[in-house]
Design a binder for this molecule. Structure first.
Ligand SMILES: *Cc1c(COP(=O)(O)O)cnc(C)c1O
Length: 352
């Protein structure tokens, strides 16, 4: 309401105290399982500052993210991954390099580089119930077991490129029991190679349909602790499930109209500020102050894809403030800000 009075809408509002409490809960559930925050979920420095004390490092997917994290946390361990690394990325001095193909190993050799590498495996195991699958079939992510074997052969008998272990990030949107099944398969595979450092990725489930539900970190942490054998280092790299809850996107209604029987509310801003509902094809969860006739909430862009939420039972009139939840991950930073040249949102941080 204060932001609306100050004319500062649309705005992102991040609750840093809430993020801090969530991070403390996750950390406590994980014991000595290592955690790297996947920076691509939300690289906002204010969020990174809150997250940093609870994690063992950061996972970055580009040279841009690497430089960004280094600027704020010069001492923090960083793992660099992602398909399509340029020379600058492949040859960066990082704690762990996640290798995506045999040719990345050849390029390291040719350039005479040293590195500590995890080989990213795409295991051919069925992955049901995932919202996105990065593995379990032909995808551009990581290597199949034949590719991994090729790398291991190349890495034998030299010590510049050190084979530290296995990395996998096979799916996202899985609940704790399914994530543990996946972890079991990855661990079986890694142990078969005699490896003791295993990064089992991110992708912990987040429910946009039920903003109050949370991934069961306790079950997951206990499960991982019982899977882990003495001497093994287990690491995860979640993004969305850590930062999504602390962000809200707040805006106001510009117009309300009925077209061919359907009620629309047009809000300031829209999916060029928060692309999440367009990319996921869902209704972004929102606060409903007063219930009413099912209303489709759209943004200011000239495309039917600029839909924030469909058929929401809410009563809205021009000037009303609308508050969208779960806007702390894959939201602002994945959006096409310049389309139609509307103004950018404001950013506010609570509890810093
Ligand atoms: C995106 C990504 C993650 C984080 O995934 P979330 O779904 O945000 O938890 C972790 N590891 C890799 C390799 C990724 O590409």
């Amino acid at each position: 309401m204060e932001l609306a009075d100050a004319g500062e809408l649309p705005a992102y509002v991040y609750d840093l105290a809430d993020l801090d409490a969530h991070m403390a809960t996750v950390r406590a559930a994980l014991g000595d399982i290592e955690v790297h925050y996947a920076v691509k979920a939300n690289p906002d420095p204010q969020l990174l500052r809150v997250i940093a004390p609870y994690v063992d490092g950061f996972e970055v997917a580009s040279g841009g993210e690497l430089a960004h994290v280094r600027k704020f946390f010069p001492e923090s361990p960083i793992a660099l991954g992602g398909p399509g690394k340029t020379d600058a990325e492949l040859f960066a001095d990082v704690y762990r390099l996640h290798i995506e193909s045999p040719s990345e190993i050849r390029r390291l050799f040719t350039a005479g580089r040293s590195a500590d590498v995890l080989l990213r495996v795409n295991l051919d195991i069925p992955i049901s119930g995932a919202s996105l699958a990065m593995g379990g079939g032909a995808t551009p992510f990581g290597m199949d077991p034949a590719g991994i074997s090729e790398c291991i052969e190349m890495l034998a008998g030299q010590d510049a490129v050190r084979f530290r272990g296995i990395h996998a990030h096979l799916a996202s949107g899985l609940d704790a029991p399914r994530m543990l099944e996946l972890a079991t398969a990855i661990l079986d595979y890694a142990r078969g190679l005699g490896v003791t450092e295993i990064n089992i990725g991110g992708g912990m489930a987040v429910s946009y349909a039920d903003p109050d539900s949370r991934f069961d970190w306790k079950t997951y942490g206990k499960g991982l602790a019982s899977l882990r054998r003495p001497g093994e280092v287990l690491r995860i790299e979640p993004g969305r499930s850590l930062s999504v809850y602390c962000g809200r996107y707040v805006t106001r209604v510009i117009d309300v109209k009925r077209v061919h029987g359907e009620l629309f509310a047009v809000v300031a801003g829209g999916t060029h500020h928060i692309r999440t509902p367009a990319t996921k094809g869902h209704s972004q969860p929102m606060v409903i102050e007063e219930s009413g006739e099912p209303t489709t909430i759209v943004g200011q862009l000239c495309t039917p894809k600029d839909t924030m939420a469909r058929h929401v039972p809410v009563s809205l009139k021009p000037g009303d403030v609308v508050e969208f939840l779960m806007a702390g991950a894959y939201a602002w930073n994945i959006s096409h800000h310049d389309f139609l040249m509307h103004p950018k949102p404001a950013f506010h941080y609570l509890g810093s």
